[in-house]
Design a protein around this ligand. Structure first.
Ligand code: PHB
Length: 389
């Protein structure tokens, strides 16, 4: 065979191989808490994933998608998440790992992604350092420092001088506490008390009493949304902290659309900073929210659904760049620097950290058409995770 013929033969073989590759469905393994205390996280993320696929012919990067969902309930037991991720890689032979509702799952699965050389797409877990634990991780949700710095700066600018911080005693809570102290402190504010409470079933009564006695201008709180945040908000109202003139500030985890109805009117007026609101005004969000209610009329779309939706969007865009090739190294290279318009606003993937760069909004809870909503009133564009500095 002369050189020209050999070249043509090789090209045809390569084309054949990539055609076969593209014809095979791409297997995406989702690790999510689908039952137990954080079942709502899995539900929301799965809703987002399904909405993206439904709007794109059940395909990403030109390939049909096969989803394999594993329930890592309770979501906070890293060993459970790790075992399921290993099963997905070894038994199910997935191309991509995705999901991860809570931080312990993100940390525990990072070495699995590294060893298997599979891209790992974090759709919720928000501790800043997770993305440093494997070069195969990319995140489409948020980090806690990213959500915390804007409300800390807002508080200092709006007459709040003394703050008591109350956080859940695990990664995202520690991140929120550290960033709040840093930003608020640098702006001249003072943290006059701090408490770390257990993630599950804390008794808020003694903390609320301590806060009342300390008389701060405001309380800053981060807790993973669920029965705890609902109980805290009720306790805050019932124990007369608001009546004593103590204000409440938080990241948007406290007033997310999935739990705010259960909190009810005590949430009115709450100011938070965050990256997603159901009433964010954009064509992309309007389409997302309409599709959400059509498909899931009993639920309200929240930031976790958007994290799932954008996780699929990222996989789709990265695969389009690699020509459908899901090789972990190629896919992560393709993900670096990607930009798109999310339902939350413009986003991109920081090529240095593989974390998401996005707009942070300041929002106030108001009632719109009888529904409690996070109404955006200010914003910081292209905000990188300050936790990496
Ligand atoms: C987390 O575990 O990282 C986490 C959970 C719930 C949130 C944010 C972060 O709202």
């Amino acid at each position: 065979m002369n050189h020209r013929r050999a070249f043509i033969a090789l090209t045809l073989a390569a084309l054949g191989a990539s055609a076969a590759l593209a014809a095979d469905p791409i297997k995406i393994g989702l690790v999510l808490p689908m039952s137990g205390p954080f079942a709502a996280y899995g539900k929301q993320i799965e809703h987002g994933v399904k909405l993206y696929l439904a709007a794109h012919g059940e395909m990403v990067g030109g390939r049909k998608v096969e989803l394999i969902l594993k329930d890592d309930s309770p979501g906070t037991a890293g060993d459970v998440s790790k075992r399921l991720a290993q099963e997905l890689v070894i038994k199910d032979k997935v191309d991509i790992l995705a999901g991860f509702g809570l931080t312990p799952a993100g940390f525990a699965v990072a070495p699995v992604a590294t060893e298997a050389k599979k891209a790992m797409v974090i759709m919720n877990a928000g501790t800043s350092s997770i993305t440093t634990k494997s070069n195969y991780i990319v995140r489409t949700s948020m980090t806690l420092p990213q959500g915390t710095a804007p409300i800390a700066a807002w508080a200092a600018k709006n007459g709040i001088k003394k703050v008591f911080t109350l956080v859940a005693d695990f990664g995202p809570g520690h991140d929120a506490e550290a960033q709040f102290k840093k930003t608020f402190g640098e702006a001249g504010g003072q943290v006059v008390g701090e408490v770390r409470a257990p993630v599950k079933n804390p008794d808020f009564a003694p903390f609320l009493q301590k806060i009342k006695d300390t008389k701060p201008d405001a309380v800053f709180i981060f807790f993973p949304p669920g029965s705890e945040t609902i109980a805290f908000m009720k306790g805050f109202a019932e124990r007369g902290l608001a009546a004593a003139g103590i204000r409440l500030i938080a990241t948007g985890d406290l007033s997310d659309e999935d739990t705010v109805d259960a909190i009810g009117d005590p949430a009115l007026g709450l100011i938070t900073s965050f990256h997603y609101s159901e009433v964010h005004k954009s064509a992309e969000n309007k389409a997302f929210v309409e599709a959400y209610y059509k498909a899931f009329p009993k639920d309200r779309p929240n930031f976790m659904a958007v994290g799932g939706y954008d996780g699929m969007q990222l996989i789709d865009l990265a695969l389009k760049k690699t020509g459908g090739n899901a090789d972990g190294d190629k896919l992560i290279e393709a993900a670096k620097g990607l930009k798109w318009i999310s339902p939350r606003g413009p986003v991109s993937i920081d090529p240095e950290t593989r974390d998401i760069i996005q707009t942070e909004y300041l929002r106030r809870i108001e009632k719109i058409g009888g529904k409690l909503q996070n109404v955006e009133f200010d914003q910081i564009n292209e905000f990188k995770d300050p936790g990496k500095q």
